[in-house]
Design a protein around this ligand. Structure first.
Ligand code: FE
Ligand code: FE
Ligand code: ZN
Length: 305
């Protein structure tokens, strides 16, 4: 059987932490997953509970989930390209986040490089480099994975060259790697239907060994739209075949693929509920056959509960 490392974003809740994340990942048929150590939108974090971590590890072992295929995503609001008090806070927060990631025994921390807001692009990039030089001291096993961004607002990291400039500025840059997001690179202007060429470009500019995680998302928008709106697998402008081609690419076998596709809305009794699509998307990915009724099937499945 062909090797496939696939999973999704799963929750990491106060009441059972890593154990709960593993249970959720298994329920989708995953052998990889991604967590935020708290809410993605804020920086409130509780201490890591060792008991849940150990129980999570035991369950991962039983289900053949390799810890190298588990990643943490830093909160969106942490901005290393900014200035003033926010900038100092972001540096302090990420130092603490790395400690939490270490306590979980995880080695991959995905980070949005940042947005330069009112500064120039160059100033923003320099701020990111300076911050990473404070955060990454060479003593930790945790790698920071800079995510390729869509180009919304003043986001930095929208070309491979920009990511490379940041990597080159960091002293211990053996600990700086990259997370490629399929929706983001489409929105930034890379042609996913010619993915061989995209990878060739990545290899030329950054080097393929730096690619440590792939976010698998379809996009609502056309190439170059600079929007960043994710669509369900096969339901956007990238389409089923192009995403399957990324997932099964021969050069990316060892790289964990993580779905961040949107939850599906279900309206019952005047209430709108949201349900995760991952179990169904992962099934399609494993079968390599598109399910034209994906959304309907997800709704039907969760309505039973
Ligand atoms: Fe992200
Ligand atoms: Fe992403
Ligand atoms: Zn995104």
């Amino acid at each position: 059987m062909e090797k496939l490392i696939i999973g999704s974003h799963v929750s990491f809740k106060k009441q059972d932490q890593l154990l709960g994340s593993v249970i959720e990942a298994i329920s989708y048929g995953s052998n990889a997953f991604m967590i935020y150590t708290g809410a993605p939108q804020n920086t409130a974090r509780s201490p890591i509970d060792k008991d849940y971590t150990l129980k999570g590890y035991k369950l991962m072992e039983e289900h053949n989930i390799d810890i190298n295929n588990v990643v943490v995503h830093a909160p969106y609001i942490v901005n290393l390209a900014g200035s003033g008090a926010n900038y100092n806070f972001a540096i302090m927060f990420l130092k603490e986040e790395i400690k939490r990631v270490e306590e979980l025994g995880i080695t991959k921390l995905v980070l949005h490089p940042g947005s330069h807001v009112k500064l120039t692009r160059e100033e923003g990039i320099n701020n990111i480099i300076n911050a990473l030089n404070i955060i990454v001291d060479g003593n930790s096993k945790v790698d920071i994975l800079l995510e390729t961004m869509a180009g919304k607002g003043t986001e930095i990291g929208i070309t491979f060259e920009e990511i490379k400039t940041i990597i080159d500025g960091v002293k211990y840059n053996e600990h700086i790697k990259v997370c490629l997001d399929t929706c983001h690179i489409n929105d930034a202007g890379y042609l996913i239907s010619d993915f061989d060429n995209v990878l060739k470009e990545f290899d030329k500019v950054i080097g393929l060994p730096k690619l440590a995680c792939i976010h698998i998302n379809d996009s609502i928008n056309e190439i170059g739209a600079k929007k960043d709106r994710h669509a369900n697998f096969g339901k956007g402008t990238l389409g089923f075949d192009n995403l399957i081609n990324v997932i099964y690419h021969k050069h990316l076998k060892d790289v964990p693929k993580i779905l961040e596709t949107p939850y599906v809305t279900v309206n019952d009794e005047s209430k709108e509920r949201l349900y995760p699509p991952y179990k169904f998307e992962i099934e399609m990915i494993k079968n390599r056959v598109e399910n034209p009724n994906l959304i309907e099937d997800i709704r039907a499945y969760y309505k039973k509960f």
